[in-house]
Design a protein around this ligand. Sequence first.
Ligand code: DOR
Length: 407
Amino acid sequence: MLVSGGRVIDPTQELDRRIDVRLDGARVIELGEHLKPLDDEMVVDASGAYVAPGFIDMHVHLREPGFPEKETIATGSAAAGAGGFTAVACMPNTQPAIDRSDVVAQIRDLAAQAGLARVYPIAAITRGRAGRELLDYAALAAAHAVGFSDDGQSVDDPRVLFDAAQRARDVAPRFISHCEDERLKTSAAPDAAEEIIVARDLIVAEASGKKWHIAHVSTAGSLALIRWARSRGIDVTCEVTPHHLYFTSELASEWGAKAAVNPPLRRSSDIAALREGVLDGTIDAFATDHAPHTAQEKASDPAAPGFTGLEIAIGAYALALPELSVTRFVELLSTNPARILGVDGGSLRLGSPADVTIFADRPWTVDVAHFYSKGRCTPFEGKRLPRRATATIVGGRLVMRDGKVRT
Ligand code: DOR
């Protein structure tokens, strides 16, 4: 396949140039100006668009096994393809939880059957995500888990977390913290519910030597704690969602219970701090926390927390951060997620996987009726977004073109 005429952005090669990219079934095999199509070679015209290493959403909920009414691996990977993601990392709050190697294998099998996006399972930190029993982290990593998290909640007992981190210290995948102390959450200090766990987990990271990642950072204070941790040499990365970069808790006055999300939407001062954190490099990755629920679950009060994110992501990040350079944009969506998860990809260097995202600054209006995801609840519904994916190529195969996924 020849991807021709696009502006190729690859931070791993400091590349921002109009060149062509040649792929075979598996790898990037040639980069250069005015490459001539070979006989029988498929040509993907990328003129007027950006060509980047495949985007990786390192935080999604695909709901299988256990909740196929919300999403399946097939519908979730179609949504990934539609949104321009060649790969996603899926969280373990499934039923059963991803706490055994055979569940990791089951998800990888379902993803291979769907044949759209690459799906990287994140395993739990504790058995059943119940916060008590440690797991065999080396075995889960050998089964290709790319991270460990009890996402959806924090590990409540610091001793359990510390013992888990010590046990997993020499296993490559990072621990990924969902930071919310349930006991403080509905108090007069809702920021403290997040920050107390961010601080605790960073201290556990330092004491254990485990590499860490903080999921969906949502407050200015959390960013300050992450900067403090880095000043002490703690190896910590972090991510931010599209909704936390754009909406405040005021959304609830318009949207009611449906605005529920964990962590909750905050103040405009937090949004300003998060945007600053993206621009100054404190925040390493964009991640959607794609959290599909049924219409009924979102319509009840209290509503199931979370928004569907894969299909609005690229446009929403560009809406929230119009001043962000396209190179940093690709770094946050591809280079850095690949590095944080330790997966192949995130680059268009020769020999890299043939995973490519083509995107363009073409405004469009979000219409949830067109989603491939079963989850239809996003606060970006009806919004005019400035950027979109125009093609998604996974392993040398054109999975999406102009919004249509080849299912
Ligand atoms: O809003 C959320 N929904 N936050 C989470 O951490 C979990 C997610 C879900 O699984 O629905």
